[in-house]
Write a protein of this length. Structure first.
Length: 261
């Protein structure tokens, strides 16, 4: 089975954020051999933890995104897709991934960060790679605060992000602010959402995520139609745990049955 191609784009500049960061991009098997074909694209946060064990937060512990995508594309379970890992900037991570500012923790720059993805990174991808142009074939994902960001992106900009992967999302942020935001948001069209949480992530974490799931139910999401929710028994809050969920969310959000040329 052929493998996808992974490469790094160093020091991608953002005028909106006034900073720069590395990107790591996965092109699926067959990308070069099918010059007329366009592909879905998935933007994942914490890019240094996704593909390379040497750059991961805990060296050697990473998401195995490239190997997992290769496998499920190879067996015909998911569409070939482009995956963009966006590096975080360390101390600025919390600021960029959170939609509100809190007195104790700061934060609150998620809208500007999402503008960077939508206006600057999308333009770069459109100019350099063959990506499908519609929201249904454009996803965003992340874990922890990155999962919170992904949920906020799907609710705030559903016309931009049609697929959402929220692994262990930090829906506790700012006294569960996103619960109230989701309850009041006018979301159309509904993005398809994968959301999960592990039982070993903290005593109050599972009920908080279950509560957010119930908010989504109240807004018209339906289990397995456009929402996958899973509680992972023994699941922890780390890269190893999230690596085990990559195949699941890729199959749910980008099933082969929806493939397009």
């Amino acid at each position: 089975m052929s493998a996808g191609r992974v490469f790094k784009v160093e020091r991608f500049k953002s005028r909106l954020l006034r900073n720069e960061r590395d990107l790591i991009i996965y092109l699926p098997p067959g990308y070069d051999e099918q010059p007329q074909r366009r592909f879905p694209v998935l933007y994942l946060q914490d890019g240094q933890n996704l593909f390379d064990p040497a750059t991961s937060f805990i060296p050697g512990k990473y998401w195995h995104v490239g190997e997992t995508a290769d496998h499920f594309i190879g067996i015909g379970a998911i569409q070939p897709l482009i995956i963009v890992g966006i590096y975080n900037l360390g101390k600025k991570r919390m600021r960029e991934y959170t939609p509100t500012r809190t007195l104790r923790l700061g934060g609150g720059k998620a809208d500007r960060y999402l503008r960077m993805i939508n206006e600057e990174l999308r333009r770069y991808m459109d100019a350099n790679f063959r990506v499908l142009p519609d929201a249904w074939h454009r996803g965003i994902g992340g874990s922890s605060l990155g999962g919170l960001l992904a949920l906020y992106a799907g609710l705030r900009y559903p016309e931009v992000f049609g697929q959402v992967a929220a692994l262990s999302p930090s829906v506790w942020w700012d006294r569960r602010w996103i619960h109230g935001f989701a309850a009041q948001a006018d979301v159309y069209p509904h993005p398809r959402i994968w959301m999960d949480i592990g039982t070993r992530e903290g005593p109050r974490i599972v009920p908080s995520v279950e509560g957010f799931r119930d908010v989504l139910y109240g807004k018209g999401w339906s289990l397995d139609r456009d929402l996958h929710f899973e509680i992972i028994e023994g699941g922890e809050h780390n890269e190893e745990a999230w690596a085990g969920r990559v195949g699941g969310f890729l199959q749910y959000l980008f099933p082969a049955s929806e493939g397009a040329v």
